[in-house]
Design a protein around this ligand. Sequence first.
Ligand SMILES: [Zn+2]
Length: 515
Amino acid sequence: MFGFTATAQVEKAPPRTEGEGPWPQLIIRGVTLINGNGAPPTGPVDIVVENNKISRVQTVGYPGVPIKQESRPKLKPGGKELDAEGMFLLPGFVDVHGHIGGEAQGADAEYVFKLWMAHGITTVRDPSAGNGLDWVLDQKKKSATNSIVAPRIFAYTAFGQGSEGPISNPEQARSWVRENAKKGADGIKFFGAPPAIMEAALEENKKLGLRAAAHHAQMAVAKWNVLHSARAGLTSMEHWYGLPEALFTDRTVQDYPADYNYNNEQHRFSEAGKLWEQAAPPYSEKWNRVMNELLELDFTLSPTFNIYEASRDLMRARTAEWHKDYTLPSLWEFYQPSKISHGSYWHYWGTEEEIAWKRNYQLWMTFVNEYKNRGGRVTAGSDSGFIFQLYGFAFIRELELLREAGFHPMEVIMAATLNGAEALGVADQLGSVEVGKLADFVIVEENPLANLKVLYGTGAIKLTEDNEVVRVGGVKYTIKDGIIYDAKALLDDVKTMVEKRKQDTEFELKQPGVE
Ligand SMILES: [Zn+2]
């Protein structure tokens, strides 16, 4: 979400005790491969990994026909076989918008990392390095050597973070950008600034070969929207702010009521819910022109649909079944209506606000889906830790919302894997199952193309032939760098952490305003 603090009061992840491997050779046997490159499912396939790299992807038979053993890759001494016959294997997921916890949320790194890994997320971009760049880079390094359980981390520093005073001219902007690159950041996250500063910073950053993301906050959007950013070299936009503004035809600012106050979260979010209606309608001349220019600039959309979902259905977000076992007491408190906590905007959130947001979503989703149809890159990002959205779970919800926007399930998987890798500039190593790429996989027993809900840690509800209600799915194995993690064991760890925190604080999960 918004803003940053560099307080680093959040605990770093402890040394790794989970996960087996890597091995000189790992063979994953008999899977149906759902690749991230848009290819249809195919199987049975044996996948051979050497240390942390894919060395062979081999079809070993036909569906419904017993596999001929002699046709399969042979296990070398010291190697490991993983029998995954009948299971589905996908590339590791890339969450392009993953804040690694925060002090206000009381969410330590281990908690956040394990929730991500338990949902198959093997790569995250931390937009704005909320715990401080040094802190994030330290976790990044430990993740790279797998000395902690964590996804690969890409650290994007919030623009201006760590500078002594405000950045007030282009030269200061350029020198901050150079300094940021020198410190080892992978990119910058902008929240908006005066045009000359945005232009200088984006240009300098591009020159250095780094990438940038932006949340075009209302305070600076009137003079600098998504289109300005894209022209100046921004590589991806976060959320949606700044896009309706680029589509205005009969105004230059949003229709703010006279008593609007940006520091009032209810004002901010309820008025935002009327914003897409103020933009050029879908398929109109302006709408097409803006879209086509963004496409030409190879611009990436990172919509993070899920983080606004409480706006159109507060009860759904508030009462999600995973809160009971997996939401920390401090996080639960942070989510409650407040005049202070960011995103806790339901001072009085009712039917009118939800209906406006439903319409807002339709217009927004129409843009995103058409952008994809015209060849544009759309990624999956979660932005969890705000507005009742929980790490890991919310990423799966994001996939469902991309589906709702009109994406084919295969297009959803592509957004969650290869598109994310492309947006981060690492598609040569990540994002699809190909020889030479790194061994990051998600393995699940049920077919996620038929039902994305099987990727939720809490699984999907199913009635058996014998009229028995069961839970199916939940990621079974998350593999990162050739190391196999039992995804359900990671979730159990999280559950234990949450239980302990509840005991320590004598916490009882209550809905707001109920005695
Ligand atoms: Zn965010």
